[in-house]
Design a protein around this ligand. Structure first.
Ligand code: G6P
Ligand code: ZN
Length: 544
């Protein structure tokens, strides 16, 4: 086995987005495309020499091929040991768990998260650092800079490794361990949640749940946890076999893309609880019988009930949410007397807060919730958290959320997405909003008076780093907000996200339909931003 050096030329489009480098599979299949990016990781992180690296992905098309290439390149670049998930499978939270549990220097996760997969779908690669979380901007920027100048990469000439069985191998001088993808993650979950109590609920004959893995990575994890460990009936996990193309679906747990589950939970004989997770297992959607739990509310309910759950009963250091996430959790934090941090969109911004023990639980409107047990968001963690709360309280999902609103008031919240619109129009939409900042303040639209209009900027309280232009905010005097942001995770054109939030303290008015309650604000958004004109669409493609 010899190390070979291969000449290459840079690609100019390898700048990682919100969550790593995501492109169409066909782009990754261009010759040297994957190799250039991987070599740029090794070149910008020479510390990886002799250290341990975790490697795995969500099983989508190209996962296996990419893993073989990365293993050979890791060996050629002097990595000491690679822990790779059996069959190349690791959910994003499980990868984070493995990095932390094995004191690995970092990890490479192959996933395009909730983007569709298959030959015509997307692929992605992201680097996670020693704390188990996504690399901070200074690391991804260094990798990107390297991709712009790269001239050569190194790869070991060798046969492929058999990834189907656990075991240890040598690849050149490097050790490869093919590890159980599921077990360490389950052990971590058992340390946080009361499995006995949840098992009692799931086997008691009264309570029924349905977990939709959307043909993506959580299938084996969910079957092992809910059906094998916790005794739920076989068939509780649906779409539980990871497929390379996710069965042709869009593995994003929301009301539109997880429609099959939504139909079950809103149909006749609906189970008491439903949940779904995304391609790589870090997102979650929570449903009750005929009831949708908004992710911002889910974060607030989890925080308010954390004292009921084993791993969190001693209290929370603080909480954090991304800026566009509703302020529901802020009210809980206030009552608990703990700090609530507002960060830009992107899980990586929570890393410092978690490491510094300023926050214990974090969440985002984009169906992500997690805690300091790892440094990624964690779909099945959120599902178990809800099950644990339900098992302790013995109430329905709907009762729990509604009583939460009675105590704290309800933050009506919705996100309108205009997907795959022309990039030019999307940029113009944001720019013309920026040009209105000065004139908007104090303007009145019906009952709404603009209090502030600005670009959200964040100063990390731990390392002082500043992230600017993280979304346009228009805030009103009654606390309502409209936020405009361009997605950082799409791969085709641009996606405009409009986030709408208003607060209703009166429990008699909390049962309104969300879109109805936000109706006026939706019109104000159109009036200020001319969304239809700039997106060339008369309505959003996805409403959550
Ligand atoms: C990924 C990240 C999340 C982030 C989301 C935003 O899922 O892991 O932390 O909230 O992307 O996506 P967007 O498309 O809105 O940039
Ligand atoms: Zn994901």
């Amino acid at each position: 086995m010899s190390i070979i050096k291969i000449s290459t030329t840079p690609f100019d489009d390898q700048k990682p987005g919100t969550s790593g480098l995501r492109k169409a599979v066909t782009v990754f299949q261009k010759s040297h495309y994957l190799e250039n990016f991987v070599q740029s990781i090794f070149d910008s992180l020479p510390e990886l020499k002799g250290k341990t690296l975790v490697l795995g992905g969500d099983g989508r098309y190209y996962n296996r091929q990419a893993i073989q290439t990365i293993l050979k390149m890791a060996s050629a670049n002097g990595v000491g040991r690679v822990l790779v998930g059996c069959d190349g499978i690791l959910s994003t939270p499980a990868a984070s768990c493995l990095i932390r549990g094995n004191n690995a220097y970092g990890g490479i996760i192959l996933s395009a998260s909730h983007n569709p997969g298959g030959e015509n779908g997307d692929f992605g690669i992201k680097y996670n650092v020693t704390n188990g979380g996504p690399a901070p901007e200074k690391v991804t920027e260094a990798i990107y800079q390297r991709t712009l100048t790269i001239q050569e990469y190194f790869i070991l000439e060798s046969a492929d490794i058999n990834l189907s069985n656990q075991g240890s191998f040598k690849l050149g001088d490097m050790d490869v361990e093919v590890v159980d993808s599921v077990k360490p993650y389950i052990e971590l979950m058992e340390s946080l949640f009361d499995f006995d109590l949840i098992k009692k609920m799931l086997t008691g004959g009264q309570f029924k749940m349905c977990m939709d893995s959307l043909h993506a990575v959580t299938g084996p994890y969910a079957k092992a946890i809910f059906e094998q460990k916790l005794g739920a009936t076989e068939g509780t996990v649906i779409n539980g076999t990871p497929l390379e193309d996710f069965g042709g679906g869009h593995p994003d747990p929301n009301l539109v893309y997880a429609k099959g589950l939504v139909d079950i939970l809103f149909g006749d004989n609906a189970p008491d609880f439903g949940a779904a997770s995304d391609g790589d297992g870090d997102r979650n959607m929570i449903l009750g019988k005929h009831f949708f739990v908004n992710p911002s509310d889910s974060l607030a309910v989890i925080t308010a009930n954390a004292h009921l759950v084993k791993g969190y009963k001693d209290g929370l250091a603080g909480v954090a949410r991304s800026m566009p996430t509703s302020a529901a959790v802020d009210r809980v934090a206030e009552k608990l007397g703990i700090d609530c941090y507002e960060t830009p969109t992107g899980w990586k911004f929570f890393g410092n807060l978690l490491d510094a023990n300023k926050a214990t639980i974090c969440g985002e409107e984009s169906f992500g919730t997690s805690s300091n047990h790892i440094r990624e968001k964690d779909g099945l963690w959120a599902v178990l958290f809800w099950l644990n709360i339900l098992a302790v309280r013995g109430e329905s999902v709907e009762q729990i959320v509604k009583s939460h609103w009675q105590t704290y008031g309800r933050n009506f919240y919705s996100r309108h997405d205009y997907e795959e619109v022309a990039t030019e129009g999307a940029n113009e939409l944001v720019n013309q909003l920026r040009s209105q900042f000065d004139t908007l303040v104090s303007k009145t639209y019906g009952k709404y008076t603009v209090q502030y209009a600005d670009d959200f900027s964040y100063t990390d309280p731990v390392d002082g780093s500043i992230s600017e232009k993280q979304g346009v905010r228009i805030g009103f005097s009654d606390g309502s907000r409209i936020i405009f942001r361009l997605s950082g995770t799409g791969t085709k054109g641009a996606t405009v996200r409009v986030y709408l939030e208003s607060y209703e303290p009166d429990s008699n008015k909390q049962d309104l339909d969300t879109q109805e309650a936000l109706g006026d604000l939706i019109q104000v958004a159109e009036e200020i931003a001319h969304i239809k004109k700039y997106t060339n669409r008369d309505k959003p493609t996805v409403i959550t």
